[in-house]
Design a protein around this ligand. Structure first.
Ligand code: CA
Length: 220
């Protein structure tokens, strides 16, 4: 589970990152709005914690841009701005939740778990293309209604590509979906998983383009 923290306060950002890592998440930290935007374009996250007062691009602008790309990643705004109209602006811009600093860490962790669960349910029936369906919660794959057995690595690659349907995903990013940053990745892991998926699910499902990576094209 990979989360993004967009927070320019170094103490708070580092503290949150440690707490979330202790809770078992892989965490990226962005300290400007630009960095947050770049991170969300390069990488799929299970959830984003978003400060509103960020350098370069404000949290609200970053959130609007994210939703403008039809990216439905759950977003919790974490901010000191507690006026009702500020909450309304954040929620209207597409945030899923709004937490005011200073916050209780256990409550924030519970909200993160709840939104990740909800996000998985929301996307579970949407992950379907070319006759192939992926159920993220049940971790099952079906082709034309028939269950197909896939390996854990194949499942993660397929789920990542389904979530980003129509976009190319770089091999390095698929590797990142399989492993934490620290783990060794065998150089042909993704090729092996894609080969297995094509054999089991049909050769046309996953398209490769040199220099861009892999994609599942949108259904016509
Ligand atoms: Ca700030």
């Amino acid at each position: 589970m990979r989360l993004l923290i967009a927070e320019d306060d170094p103490m708070l950002g580092a503290g949150l990152r440690r707490a979330l890592q202790r809770a078992g998440y892989t965490v990226d930290l962005a300290v400007t709005g630009d960095e947050a935007m770049a991170a969300t374009r390069a990488q799929a996250y299970e959830l984003i914690l978003l400060d509103l007062g960020l350098p370069n691009i404000s949290g609200i602008e970053a959130l609007k841009a994210l939703r403008g790309r039809r990216d439905a990643t759950p977003v919790i705004i974490v901010t000191a701005r507690d006026r009702p109209e500020q909450k309304v602006e954040g929620l209207d811009a597409g945030a899923d939740d709004y937490v005011v600093k200073p916050f209780d860490l256990d409550e924030l962790l519970a909200r993160i778990r709840a939104h990740i669960r909800r996000g998985e349910q929301r996307t579970s029936d949407a992950l379907s293309a070319h006759g192939v369906s992926v159920d993220l919660a049940a971790r099952t794959v079906t082709v034309a209604g028939e269950a197909v057995a896939v390996t854990a690595k194949e499942f993660k690659v397929l789920a990542t590509l389904m979530r980003r349907m129509g976009q190319f995903v770089a091999k390095e990013e698929l590797e990142g979906a399989l492993y934490d940053d620290t783990a060794e990745v065998e150089s042909n892991t993704i090729e092996v998983a894609v080969y297995g998926l094509r054999r089991k699910l049909g050769s046309g499902l996953i398209v490769t383009a040199r220099g861009l990576g892999y994609t599942i094209p949108k259904d016509a």
